[in-house]
Design a protein around this ligand. Structure first.
Ligand SMILES: NC(=O)C1=CN([C@@H]2O[C@H](COP(=O)(O)OP(=O)(O)OC[C@H]3O[C@@H](n4cnc5c(N)ncnc54)[C@H](OP(=O)(O)O)[C@@H]3O)[C@@H](O)[C@H]2O)C=CC1
Ligand SMILES: O=C1O[C@H](COP(=O)(O)O)[C@@H](O)[C@H](O)[C@H]1O
Length: 509
């Protein structure tokens, strides 16, 4: 264990006094398991740095990074600096500010399976708390493979790390289980050391600012609020398409496929956030309760009907942005007979008074034509109007919420075009924001965890219901009941996914 004699808390006062004073965030020690890994480097350090620049971390804040590597504090701090220079949305141009930030970081070698090392970790944390004269508030972040969650939570409990006089919180990463049973087992293990209201399960789609904005869009706009139901909405389409393939993650992806990687978590969370009707008085509890109701009303598929509601696809070779790319089964370390899904689309139904009769279509895929996550609300077509002489049918009103990588809201209306003899045609009213100014998902989520706000983290009951809904589809995939449609890389996915909507008289927007 590395002894440290540096002053590790960050004094925010000369950074952004107005914000830090008004926030009153509790002093905290962040204990980061997996601090030498990819996620920490690409997301966690840059997010913390941007929070620091915005005055959104507590006055007394320190990070204890853990991993098996035999690193010194210096090596670790250099690693953090490099991560900021490469991955932060705002580059560290002010040297003295970055140095101040870096002083909050120290490192300790720890193998999560070695219980003796947790006692040393506890000593180190206590020493840190005493030196800084801060309460025993501890935020444990498990940025490690899920197979290690069990050993870590057990040892946190056993070593006394979780018996604190302050608060304790646990942030964990996806994947949360690989099916219903394993998710239930995992949750049981976490609850050995943490209560539900101490567990922050990250789904980074819930940290995307447009997803967080859905609530305001729906409920701060009486016009939209009034229309958010089956009287006015014809269908809802949720798309998350990517141009990337599986990159270097064949091992993980072969076990997971699109259904576990994207659908069980991100797609269903976006569905819940879109469909939820919030009560007048919002609280974390009420939002979560309403989200749960959506999942309870989501119609489960009987095994024999899955075929007509779900499309499973896999990318073939093709072209992405002018470059030839190989098909999934030609990717390194993928079995050439693999039937893993890289594309998933489904037509789903929420049976409640607001949504009965409105199909929700979800689709996600790798190696598609474009990178785009968006939610499209198609309103019912305008009625034929006697005094508008129009040969063509009028277009529906459409609300497009661009979630990422671009953010914006687009509304398609109908309007007369005086240059075309007064013909009525669709026009787009649009609002979009510049990406650079928008906080990254991890910034928003880490800030919420520091504040103790669980609104945009997944509650166990949402996850359990998601797995329950997914389970019959997983089984259909396993038994190979569904055809696997190949689609060319660079396309919009299999034709069968278009037919899901065409059967209902719609098309993907
Ligand atoms: N990378 C990403 O973009 C994303 C990752 N995630 C999730 O985040 C988690 C971490 O992923 P990622 O950073 O990519 O993984 P990496 O493989 O890059 O890092 C794993 C980390 O775990 C540490 N580790 C492994 N075994 C032990 C051990 N026995 N004792 C102590 N530390 C150990 C490693 O440290 P060392 O090598 O020094 O032992 C390393 O810091 C996973 O759950 C992943 O699913 C979720 C979304 C995106
Ligand atoms: O969780 C995951 O998300 C990414 C896509 O995230 P985005 O923020 O870029 O839309 C996906 O590539 C990855 O496979 C998955 O694990």
């Amino acid at each position: 264990m590395d002894g440290v004699a540096v002053k590790r808390n960050i004094n925010l006062e000369d950074n952004n006094p107005s914000i830090s004073e008004s926030l009153e965030l509790d002093s905290v020690t962040l204990v980061l398991f997996g601090s030498t890994g990819d996620l920490a480097k690409r997301k966690v350090f840059p997010a913390l740095y941007n929070l620091f620049l915005d005055g959104k971390i507590p006055d007394s804040f320190s990070v204890i990074g853990l991993g098996r590597r035999e690193w010194s504090n210096n090596v670790f701090q250099t690693h953090v600096k490099e991560s900021l220079t490469t991955f932060s949305r705002r580059l560290p141009t002010d040297h003295s500010k970055m140095e101040r930030f870096i002083q909050a970081f120290q490192y300790s070698t720890l193998d999560v399976n070695n219980d003796k090392e947790y006692e040393k970790l506890l000593e180190m944390i206590r020493k840190n708390e005493e030196e800084l004269n801060i309460p025993e508030n501890r935020l444990f972040y498990l940025s490690v493979a899920p197979q290690l969650f069990d050993a870590i939570t057990m040892n946190i409990k056993k070593s006394g790390l979780s018996s604190t006089k302050g608060w304790k919180r646990l942030i964990i990463e996806k994947p949360f289980g690989e099916d219903l049973k394993s998710a239930q087992q995992l949750n049981k293990k976490l609850s050995v050391a943490f209560e539900e209201d101490e567990i922050y399960r990250i789904d980074h789609y819930l940290g995307k600012s447009m997803i967080q904005n859905l609530e305001a869009l729906k409920f701060a706009n009486p016009v939209i609020k009034a229309l958010w139901n089956n009287q006015h909405i014809a269908n809802v389409q949720i798309t998350a398409s990517e141009t990337v393939g599986i990159e270097n993650r064949a091992d993980f992806y072969e076990q997971s496929g699109a259904i576990r990687d994207m659908v069980q978590n991100h797609m269903l969370q976006m569905l819940m956030m879109t469909a939820v009707h919030l009560p007048k008085h919002n609280s974390v509890k009420s939002i979560r309760k309403e989200k749960r109701k959506i999942m309870e009303s989501l119609q489960a598929f009987q095994i024999e009907e899955i075929n007509s509601h779900v499309v499973r696809g896999q990318y073939d070779s093709g072209e992405i942005l002018g470059e030839s790319v190989v098909g999934y089964t030609e990717e390194q370390e993928v079995d050439e007979t693999s039937k893993t899904d890289t594309f998933f689309a489904a037509r789903v139904q929420i049976e409640d008074p607001f949504w009965s009769g409105v199909p929700f279509y979800i689709r996600t895929g790798k190696r598609m034509k474009e990178k785009s996550t968006r939610i499209v609300i198609e309103f019912k077509k305008p009625l034929k109007c006697a005094y508008i002489a129009q040969r063509e049918e009028l277009s529906p009103n459409i609300l497009i919420i661009e979630v990422s990588p671009n953010e914006g809201v687009f509304f398609q209306l109908n309007s007369r075009n005086p240059l075309k003899g007064g013909e009525i045609e669709p026009i787009i009213v649009e609002f979009s924001t510049s990406q650079k100014e928008i906080p990254e998902a991890y910034e928003l989520l880490l800030f919420d965890a520091l504040q103790g706000d669980q609104t945009f983290f997944a509650h166990w009951s949402e996850l359990e219901l998601s797995w329950k809904w997914i389970q019959p589809i997983l089984e259909a995939f396993k038994e190979d009941i569904l055809p696997l449609h190949l689609y060319p890389s660079g396309s919009t996915g299999p034709k069968a996914a278009d037919q899901l909507l065409e059967k209902d008289g719609f098309t993907w927007w």
